[in-house]
Design a protein around this ligand. Structure first.
Ligand code: B1M
Length: 233
C-alpha cells in the first residue's frame, strides 16, 4: 500500500494532468492508482475532479477559455475510463432504478456522469438521458421506465430554473414520483423550493440520499443542509 506521501504525489499528478489537459498522463497516473492499490473513488474526486475545480478557477481568472475546458474534460475522461470499473460503494444500500439527465440548456455532464457511476457501482440500474434533455422527455421516459427515482442535474444558475419546471411536470403526471436534484448552483433550500424530494452535493451523498428516499420517507425528508463544494462564478 502506498505511503501518504506517495498517495499525495499520485493525486497531485492526476490533478495536474487534468489542469494541463494531458490525456496520456491522466491515464498513466490513473493506472498507477490501480497498480498501487489506492482507492479509485478517492482518486476520482481528489485527483480528477480536483483538477476540474482548478480549471474552473483558471476559467474565472480568464487564463483558460472554452477550448481549454474541453481539452481538460477529455483528460478527465481519459482517467475516469480507467478508474470507473474499479469504483465500488462500500455500504449495502437499497438498490433501485434511476432515471437521470442534465436539464435543457445545459451541456455540463461531468458531474452527472460521476453521480451515474456511483449509482451503478452501488448496484442501481441507471437510465441515462444524457445532457441538454428537453423537459418533456423526462416525463415521457419516466412513464416508459417507471424508475424508483428521477435525478436532475444542472450546473448553471440559468439552467437550474428548468429543474422546477421538470419537477412540476413529473409530479403532475405522477404525484408519487420521487426526484433528487444536484449540481453546483443548487442548495438544499433551492431544491426544497423547487419541490424536489432529495438533494445531494456530491456523488456519494446522492446514493445515500436515494436510499433514504426510496425507503418511503416523506417528501423533502431527505433534504438537509450540506456543505457546498466551491463553485466559482
Ligand atoms: Co462551463 N460553466 N460553460 N463548461 N464550466 C461553469 C459551470 C461556470 C460556473 C464557469 C464559470 O463561469 N466560472 C459557468 C456557469 C455560470 C453560471 O452558473 N451562470 C459556466 C459557463 C458560463 C459555461 C458556458 C456558458 C461558457 C460559454 O460558452 N461562454 C458554456 C455553457 C454551455 C451550455 O451548457 N449551454 C460552458 C461550457 C463548458 C464546457 C463544455 C467547455 C465544459 C463542460 C464539459 C462537460 O461537462 N462535458 C465546462 C466546464 C468543464 C465548466 C467548469 C469549469 C467545471 C464543471 C465540472 O465539470 N466540474 C465549471 C466551473 C466550476 O464548476 N467551477 C463551469 C467538476 C464536476 C465533478 O463537478 O459538475 O459540480 P460538478 O458535479 C458534482 C456536484 O455538483 C454533484 O455531484 C458531482 C460530483 O461530485 N452533482 C450532483 C452534479 N449533478 C448532480 C445530480 C445529483 C446529485 C449531485 O442528483 C441527481
Amino acid at each position: 500500500m502506498a505511503s501518504e506521501a506517495r498517495k499525495r504525489e499520485i493525486l497531485d499528478a492526476i490533478r495536474d494532468a487534468v489542469v494541463h489537459f494531458d490525456e496520456d498522463q491522466s491515464a498513466a497516473w490513473c493506472r498507477t492508482v490501480l497498480q498501487e492499490g489506492l482507492d479509485a473513488y478517492e482518486a476520482t474526486m481528489k485527483g480528477l475532479a480536483a483538477g476540474m475545480d482548478r480549471v474552473g478557477e483558471l476559467y474565472t481568472e480568464q487564463e483558460y477559455f472554452v477550448p481549454e475546458l474541453l481539452l481538460c474534460s477529455d483528460a478527465l475522461y481519459a482517467g475516469l475510463d480507467i478508474l470507473r470499473p474499479h469504483i465500488k460503494m462500500g455500504d449495502a444500500l437499497t438498490k433501485g432504478r434511476l432515471l437521470i439527465g442534465v436539464v435543457e440548456g445545459d451541456i455540463h455532464d461531468i458531474g452527472k456522469n460521476l453521480v451515474k457511476t456511483m449509482f451503478e457501482a452501488s448496484g442501481w440500474e441507471v437510465f441515462d438521458l444524457g445532457k441538454d434533455v428537453k423537459l418533456d422527455r423526462f416525463v415521457e421516459e419516466q412513464k416508459r421506465v417507471k424508475a424508483d427515482l428521477v435525478g436532475l442535474s444542472a450546473l448553471m444558475t440559468t439552467s437550474m430554473m428548468a429543474i422546477e419546471k421538470v419537477i412540476g411536470l413529473l409530479k403532475a403526471g405522477d404525484p408519487e414520483v420521487k426526484v433528487i436534484v444536484g449540481g453546483a448552483p443548487l442548495t438544499p433550500e433551492i431544491a426544497k423550493k423547487f419541490g424536489a424530494d432529495g438533494y445531494a452535493d456530491d456523488a456519494v451523498s446522492a446514493v445515500r440520499e436515494a436510499d433514504t428516499l426510496i425507503k418511503g420517507q416523506a417528501p423533502n425528508a431527505g433534504i438537509r443542509p450540506q456543505s457546498k463544494s466551491d463553485f466559482a462564478f
